[in-house]
Design a protein around this ligand. Sequence first.
Ligand code: DGL
Length: 270
Amino acid sequence: METIKRVGVFDSGLGGLTVLNRCMDLLPEEAFLYYADTDNVPYGNKTREQITQYVDNAVDYMLANSCKAIVIACNSATSAGVDYLRDKYKDEIIVSIEPAVKPAILEHAKGGKVLVLATRVTIEGKKLTDLIKLYDKENVVVKRAMPELAMLAENGVFDTDVIVPHLKGELDGLDLKEFDVVVLGCTHFPFFYDSFKILMPWADVIDGSGGVARQVGRELERLGIREKELVVAERNRVVYVDSGRDIDSIKRARYIRSLNERLDMLFKQR
Ligand code: DGL
């Protein structure tokens, strides 16, 4: 790989493209390495120890391949392993996503409830419990695991006729009218923004990607390593790897492109 310094963005699969999309918008002068851990997706049903090991391998790879900052664009990885990573890679910039509970409560809830959706690992993790404890003074947060949504995104199932009934089934037993805000606490979930808005058109549907992108910018600025201008051709702005290997098929490259186009289309609606 060439020696230009990139921002490494990591996820279990293609969910982190939702974060990459925001980073590319907010940091137009930066180039990126996107690492999808295709061999091990989904993380949602793995143990915390397994996930920590996978993320450690990925961070190791990204640093060895000239990344100047690491973005953990995977809430499950944050939940399971970010403390370990921060301790191990003390001198590196590591910015990690977490469910957007704080803005949901402080900015979006208008007296109603907040629905936090994520993988099982994130929902059951201490990090989310602590985060909710910190901001949820009125007990408005309800959290629920959505175990199948990440793989539906990996497999390109976005049809609202399929997804809306799936969401309804997973959220069975909740009175959806009570919720002002839906927090998408898994980076795969914004791919289904349109379905969430069909199901709950009155609710704000938010995620943590904007906060992460701004934080990356601040960190690069603070260390004086933010680029002044983009030094690679636009088509080489992002290098994609699957568990450390170059993307090896045209079909895969096309699929990634179609997901990026989907995000551009969806995010225009927000
Ligand atoms: N995209 C990931 C997250 O933010 C994980 C999905 C999965 O691999 O289960 O939690």
